[in-house]
Structure formats: C-alpha cells, structure tokens
Design a protein around this ligand. Structure first.
Ligand code: NAD
Ligand code: DAU
Length: 355
C-alpha cells in the first residue's frame, strides 16, 4: 500500500479518488483535518475496502511510527501542509509547525522505517514530497520559466516554509540515502478546491452576488494546471522518477488573474445567466494588494515530459469549463464548507482590503 498525507485536502483528495479509481493498491490516508481538510471530499470512497482514513498529524512521531510499522507502505506521498499564502501572512506559525517541523518529523519516521526494510523493498521505497513553484520566487515579464535548477527565492512565509521542507527532503537523500522525489507544481484548480483560493472564491462569490475581489491591478500571472493532471504527474513521478530528483509540474497556461476572473464570469453568464440580464463582471472590485505579492510564476515542465512522458491533458479552456460546472453541480458541498470559521477568515482577509 501507499501512505498519503493530507489526503482530505484539495489536491490530496483528488489524488486518493483517482488512485482508487485506477489501481487496486490500497491507500492509507493520514490527515489532521484542519479547516482545509474535508472528509466530504472522500464521501464516494468511504466504504471502499482500499481506503483507510486516519485522523492525525504528520508531527506526531509515535503515530507515524505505529502506522508505518503496521501497514508497511512501499511509498509515502506527502501532501500535508498549510497551503494558503494569505493565511501565512496573517499567521505564519502554523506554516512553520506543519510545513517545516511536520515534514521533519515525517522524514525522521520514514528514515527509521526505511532503514529497517530489507531486500528489494529498500531500494524500491519512495518518499514523494509535493511542493510548489512558489519556492523559486517571482519572475519578471520576459524571464524564462522556472526549471528545476532555478535558485530558491521564496517571498512569503508559506513559500519560505515549503522551501525549508524541500531542503530537508533533499538533505535526507544526500545524507542518509533516503529515496526521495520532489515535485514543484504550479497553481492547481478543479473539484473540491476550498473557496479561499482565487478560482473557487470567484465562482462562489459570483453566484452569491458578492464582490469579486481582485488584488492590486489583477495583472499578476500564474500558470494554471487542472488538478487531475497534477495527480497523473505525481503518479508518473512515483512510477518512474529517479530517486533524488526534482520534477517541475505545470500546465503551460500562463494567465493574468484578471483574465481568469473574466473567463469565470463569461462561463457563468452562459451557464447561469442573471435574471437582470447583467454580467457577473459587474461584481469585480479592485482591492488592496497582497503584501509582497509575487508578480509572475511560470513552470518549464520539459523535464517531466522528456523523462517520464507526462503532459497535461486539459487546456485551460476545458479545465475551467469543467470546474465551473462542478461548482454549479455541487452547491451542497459549497454550502457545507462555508462554516463560521470560513466566514471569519473572509472577514479577516477582506475587510481591511476594502472589499
Ligand atoms: P489544502 O490546504 O487544500 O490541503 C492540505 C491538507 O493537509 C488538508 O486536508 C489538511 O487537513 C492537511 N493537513 C494540514 N496540516 C496537517 C498536519 N500537520 N498533519 C496532517 N495533515 C495536515 O492544500 P492543497 O492545495 O491540496 O495542497 C496540497 C499540497 O500541494 C501542499 O503541500 C501544497 O503546498 C502543494 N501545492 C499546492 C498547489 C495548489 O495550487 N493548491 C500547487 C502546488 C503545490
Ligand atoms: O503556485 C502554486 C501555489 O498556488 C500553491 O503553492 C499554493 O498552495 C496555492 O494556494 C497557490 O498560491 P497563490 O497565492 O498563487 O493562489 P491564490 O489562489 O491564493 O491566488 C492566486 C492569485 O490570485 C494571486 O496572484 C492572488 C490573487 N487573488 C487571490 C485571492 C484569494 C486575488 O486577486 N483575489 C483573491 O481574493
């Protein structure tokens, strides 16, 4: 079996669902169920014999030791993290605890477990660390996209904590020989995306008749990847990636934020027209920028394509259409995630921005 951490979050739950749909190999899913973890994402596999869910923290060494000893996974895929840049600006401590200390504790537990493996199981074992393009910092308009050898220049507490975790993973390979793989991915979007991030927030706010808060001038560029394509990239790296290597994963889809918001509004105008006949675009509001806002990210995903034959299947146009439709079809899920804690976060993040 494989051990997946953070498998109740956005990308982790998509990964678990896809894995179980495509493989007979069981998944042990360890998730702390923070505000971002949601067992409803996994409702369709609740009774699946190949899915074992454990609520727990990757910083809990005793729990990790017992899970590894009992279930003897052949691989660990580490999604567990605090993942939202704006939250890291308001309160960095959880990011340091989970992304740095948590990854460290996980690496220590895995190192001890792996050290005890014998025969073929030892070289075949893999620790796959899921990371982000944000560790590379910000690109100017004409700079080439990030390759795997781009220097690390993290600019937010979130990206700094992910950079630290990447360095720990690298060091555990270099020093102890642990067979690690690291993936650095661009912005994901798709089903089960918690509506604190740009795309789901815009869809959810548009449908609720609320302002669509664009930070600064809205011309910051991100490289968007449909989440199912990210999941297939991780499977490809797990299957064929060379131990100790880093693979950048991206969608070859650089777009300014404002274009993203316009596309969402156009899709909603078509799929759920307002009775007033007006466009959702009228809800766009420019608000105060994110402090230290990275201007542009772009991933060169050439290495994973050359070495492992992986390419994204979705274009932005197909992926965003599927995503908007998913939110229209899953209004119950949207209602359930908008808890009191969610509303408090919206108040914290947007009130001071003038939204
Ligand atoms: P998410 O915030 O939606 O989910 C994170 C999950 O981790 C949640 O289920 C949460 O409960 C769990 N978790 C948090 N702290 C934990 C802990 N201490 N122990 C166990 N579980 C814990 O995040 P996501 O968007 O799904 O991102 C998953 C991973 O991918 C993260 O490592 C993130 O840095 C990385 N990543 C995300 C994106 C993106 O666009 N979302 C892009 C590139 C990389
Ligand atoms: O690049 C990969 C990263 O992508 C991941 O590592 C992170 O976990 C993930 O959250 C994401 O980070 P971003 O900061 O790029 O994503 P977010 O959705 O928060 O913001 C995307 C862009 O949209 C960014 O330029 C800020 C802007 N934005 C965001 C929100 C929430 C707005 O203009 N308005 C908003 O309300």
């Amino acid at each position: 079996m494989i051990l997946v951490t953070g498998g109740a979050g956005f990308i982790g739950s998509n990964f678990v669902l896809d894995w179980l749909a495509q493989s007979d190999e069981p998944v042990l899913n360890l998730d702390k169920l923070t505000y971002a973890g949601n067992r409803e994402n996994l409702a369709s596999v609740q009774a699946h014999a190949g899915h074992l869910f454990v609520q727990g923290d990757i910083s809990d060494s005793a729990l990790l030791d017992s899970l590894l000893a009992k279930h003897q996974p052949r691989a660990v895929v580490n999604f567990a993290a605090e993942s939202h840049v704006d939250r890291s600006i308001h309160g960095p401590e959880d990011f340091i605890q989970t992304n740095i200390m948590g990854t460290f504790r996980l690496l220590e537990a895995v190192r001890a477990y792996w050290g005890g493996l014998t025969g073929e199981a030892k070289p075949a074992f893999r620790f796959l660390h899921v990371s982000t393009d944000e560790v590379y910092g910000s690109l100017s308009k004409n700079e080439p996209a990030f390759t795997e050898s781009h220097p690390y220049e993290p600019n937010s507490p979130y990206s700094a904590s992910k950079a630290a975790s990447d360095h720990l993973v690298r060091a555990y390979h270099h020093t102890y020989g642990l067979p690690v793989l690291t993936t650095n991915c661009s912005n994901n979007y798709g089903p089960y995306h918690f509506p604190e991030k740009l795309i789901p927030l815009m869809i959810v706010n548009a449908l609720a008749g609320k302002p669509l808060p664009v930070y600064g001038d809205g011309m910051q560029i991100r490289d968007w990847l449909y989440v199912k394509d990210h999941c297939s990239a991780i499977r490809a790296v797990l299957r064929g990636g060379r131990a100790g290597e880093v693979y950048n994963v991206g969608g070859w889809n650089e777009k300014p934020n404002l274009d993203i918001v316009h596309t969402i509004c156009a899709l909603l105008d078509q799929l759920r027209p307002k009775t007033s006949g007006k466009s959702y675009r009228d809800q766009i509001t420019y608000v105060a920028d994110r402090p230290g806002h990275d201007r542009r990210y772009a991933i060169d995903a050439g290495k994973i394509e050359r070495e492992l034959g992986w390419k994204p299947v979705e274009t932005f146009e197909t992926g965003i259409a599927k995503t908007v439709q998913w939110y229209l079809d899953n209004q119950d899920w949207v209602g359930h995630v908008q808890s009191g804690a969610y509303r408090e976060w919206v108040q914290t993040n947007y009130a001071a921005r003038g939204a």
